[in-house]
Design a protein around this ligand. Structure first.
Ligand SMILES: [Zn+2]
Length: 148
């Protein structure tokens, strides 16, 4: 067997197509061992020898990125979508809670039947209504001034 440039070129081409060494040998009219030996000397990239395996590996490869994205996207979409319904569920509840929260300013003396809380609608984000929040603020300020 004499390797001509043409034969080597065909070997490279057939090898690149992923044909089995036996198939390449048949097409070049040489032995499989000659193909393997020449491919080795040419430093052709090694590959799984059974051609079906190569094809099997090659087939999922283009699909692999899609499959990688496939399972990734639904969880992403789900995780992105999840907070939305969660927020929608929470936000009305927060608004409701804020609006419904009664002012907890104590009126009267604790322990006595007359003791009760203001129960006016508390200002948003505050435990007291506007009126009592203003008083609470002043008192805190007064205490600080007293401390100083
Ligand atoms: Zn109040």
């Amino acid at each position: 067997m004499e390797w001509t440039d043409d034969t080597i070129a065909r070997l490279r081409a057939l090898w690149g197509e992923g044909l089995s060494t036996a198939e390449i040998g048949r097409r070049l009219s040489i032995s499989k061992n000659a193909v393997v030996g020449k491919a080795h000397r040419l430093n052709l990239p090694s590959r799984p020898s059974p051609i079906r395996r190569t094809e099997g590996d090659a087939t999922p490869r283009p699909a692999a990125p899609k499959r990688a994205q496939g399972p990734t996207l639904p969880p992403l979409a789900a995780s992105m979508g999840a907070p939305v319904p969660a927020l929608r569920a929470i936000m009305p509840a927060q608004k409701f809670t804020t609006r419904a929260t009664p002012c907890c300013w104590p009126i009267g003396e604790p322990g006595k039947p007359s003791f009760h809380f203001c129960n006016a609608s508390a200002a948003q984000g505050k435990p007291y209504c506007e009126e009592h929040a203003a008083i609470a603020y002043v008192r805190v300020r007064d205490r600080r001034e007293d401390a100083a």
